[in-house]
Design a protein. Sequence first.
Length: 222
Amino acid sequence: MSARDAVLAKIRRSLGVTGAEPARNAAVDNRLGTRPRGVIPARGALPAAERLALFIRLAEHCAASVARVADGSQVPAAVAEFLRQRNLPAAVRMGDDKRLAAMPWGETQIAVKHGAADGSDAVSVGHAFAGIAESGTLVLTSGVDNPTTLNFLPETAIVVVDAADIAGDYETVWDRLRAETGEAPLPRTVNWVNGPSRSADIEQTLLLGAHGPRSLHIVIVG
């Protein structure tokens, strides 16, 4: 018996169950099948303009920087401007996201590499699945379009998100992700990101870049 099986067996004995009770199994199946929504705070139920303003305010509160552009064709210029302002190299790594690929990167001096980050990239560019206004959170799904390594290995992460994809609350994003995935499995990883990586574990001194980027820049399209 594995350690896991031993722990579960002990829990069953303490509850006086075997794991084969029809009523208990039906309750579990119902919980997984109906996917009840959690509590949604009032700040998650705002009109679109107020929702976007709240997302920006809370993202900046978490030490992210935010830029807005009218459409995707302006994203490369916005990224180039950010790199110049931060004195960063004009080179980025991104995945195979079709939305990013359709943007006119050739009109800038930015050198673009594709694929997962390998630890040598200073800057990454990814596209978020969604944003969440109630907490200023980015939702990043894994896959070849936007490899998870882009979110953690480069010291500077630039994330593009469509204004139309900024939802008010977490539950709305989960509903949308399930709807778009359908019967297929969910992405292997769904990362919820608030600002650059930070930790205050050592003597309560805030350290940026503890387990991810030191800097997070968000470009909102639309």
